[in-house]
Write a protein that binds this ligand. Sequence first.
Ligand code: PLP
Length: 359
Amino acid sequence: MFYRDTWAEINLDRIKENILLIKKTVNKDFFAVIKANGYGCGDSYLANIAVDAGAAYLAVSSLDEALSLRNKGIEQNILVLQYISPKSLQIAKRNNITATASSLEWVQQAIKEGISGLKVHLKFDSGMNRIGFTNLHDLQLGLKTLLNNSVNVEGIYTHFACADSYDNIMCKSQLDKFKEALSFLNHKFIWIHCSNSDASFHFHENISNAVRCGIAMLGISSYQTNLQPALSLYSKIVNIKKIHKGETVGYGATYIAKADEWIATLPIGYADGWLRAHQGKHCVIDNTECQFIGRICMDQSMIRVPKYYPLGTIVELMGSNMPITRIAKELNTIPYEVMTLLSYRIAKVYIYQNEQISA
Ligand SMILES: *Cc1c(COP(=O)(O)O)cnc(C)c1O
């Protein structure tokens, strides 16, 4: 239950349809990336609907995120994409969580912890230069060392640095390096994966058997327009008044009314992740765009509206009438950042089988 008049709505039906569309398009297995609390949408809700849609694996960023899913009863395979301290690997093993082997040094430390039976995917760095093996001999030695210590090396993967660029030049060069690594190892892996959402749609390759998608599940892609947006953000008018020409609005009196104007207040501010950068940007009431005016406060913000609206009128801040891609562009950032900024204070409502299931 929540009482604040600002909430996010996550449509699980749409997420499921998006996953089914991706699976059908790529014709490969699906790893659902639900790091950062499922891109801010709720990790276990996304996990459950992804498994329902046939996801073979879940992927998160840290051991803590993986344990959060286990603690919520999620039993599906979970890959931790980032470094797990070797000292914590027993916890991963006990909880059937798959680790990423990202360097020879990590492997050498890891085997000292007695990790036979632990599931591991090798991470090959084909050009991102973030984490992963870069040297083929290290990679081969890492694989051998793990196998000799009865570690269950079930997969190998890489990650593209420029999946969103139209020309695919970088993807091609990275794929060539990944192919070279695979033939050098000459080992049969259960899982080979390299593409995130954008690469899944516009960069075709035939060496992997799974894709790792996050943002496309939520309906956002630079390439596939048939996805449905699954995250919306709403607030309600909690105050409305007419101000006179020359009056100012908000901290620093940065907005000065050019005429008599209706000003409404919404209970959302920068502590909700609704940044001060939204000043001058827009939200939607009844198909009408309304501008955020004056500075965004910590917990509230003000908008100029064309006429009187009663208290409780719903305002759309993100959704089909105010796409996250547009917001990101206007704020000079990317949809990922806009979504993951939404703070713990924003209550979540889920739509499942066309009904609201929780708040
Ligand atoms: C976040 C992430 C993904 C998913 O990226 P999307 O663009 O959201 O599909 C895939 N792989 C790795 C290694 C990641 O860190």
